[in-house]
Design a protein around this ligand. Structure first.
Ligand code: SF4
Ligand code: SF4
Length: 170
């Protein structure tokens, strides 16, 4: 979304991945579809007037997560973080291209974050979202996992490290 991280000097550059993955309330842009204002791989055509949701957003890569070469448009995954939620901070992996949640990058990232004790949402381009719950994680009774008001259909609990993730069915 044409943002910049002053500390790391990371910039969106040619990445416009979140202009596909994310829901933008202000312009009724749905999940998983290119925004009509996006010049794909170049930037926002209404940059000066883009919605506040776009102005405020930075993905985790832009904030310093992962390697320089793991920019979301290259990995086909946008890593986001949501806080607060009823279960604290959760990380979200949004698919940019169908099947990307089955990639090595998505699996390694999920394992890394589960290993650090965070629940992870997987949001495929099509189909239902899944939440992956790390070993020993306490979920208060009655907790409903949802993301932007959309209920997460499937909850997968892990009992131990050495996690093997199911392939995306997206
Ligand atoms: S996904 Fe991240 S790097 Fe790519 S355009 Fe959005 S904020 Fe920038
Ligand atoms: S308005 Fe611009 S920054 Fe926001 S999603 Fe659309 S193209 Fe991306």
């Amino acid at each position: 979304m044409d943002q910049e991280n002053d500390i790391l000097k990371r910039v969106c550059g040619g990445c416009t991945a979140c202009c596909k993955t994310h829901l933008i309330y202000e312009i009724s842009k749905p999940w998983g579809m290119w925004c009509s204002h996006c010049s794909i791989g170049k930037g926002c055509l209404i940059y000066a007037d883009r919605p506040s949701g776009c102005q405020k957003f930075s993905c985790q890569w832009l904030l310093g997560f992962g390697k320089e070469e793991e920019r979301p448009d290259r990995m086909k995954i946008v890593v986001d973080s949501i806080f607060p939620t009823p279960v604290g901070r959760v990380y979200v992996l949004f698919e940019v291209t169908e099947g990307a949640l089955g990639s090595r990058f998505a699996q390694d990232t999920t394992q890394l974050l589960l290993g650090n004790g965070y629940p992870i949402y997987h949001v495929p381009l099509r189909g239902e979202s899944t939440v992956h719950v790390p070993p020993g994680f306490f979920i208060p009774a009655g907790t409903e996992f949802s993301i932007d008001g959309r209920k997460v259909a499937k909850v997968v609990h892990y009992r131990a490290a050495g996690i093997i993730l199911p392939k995306s069915t997206g």
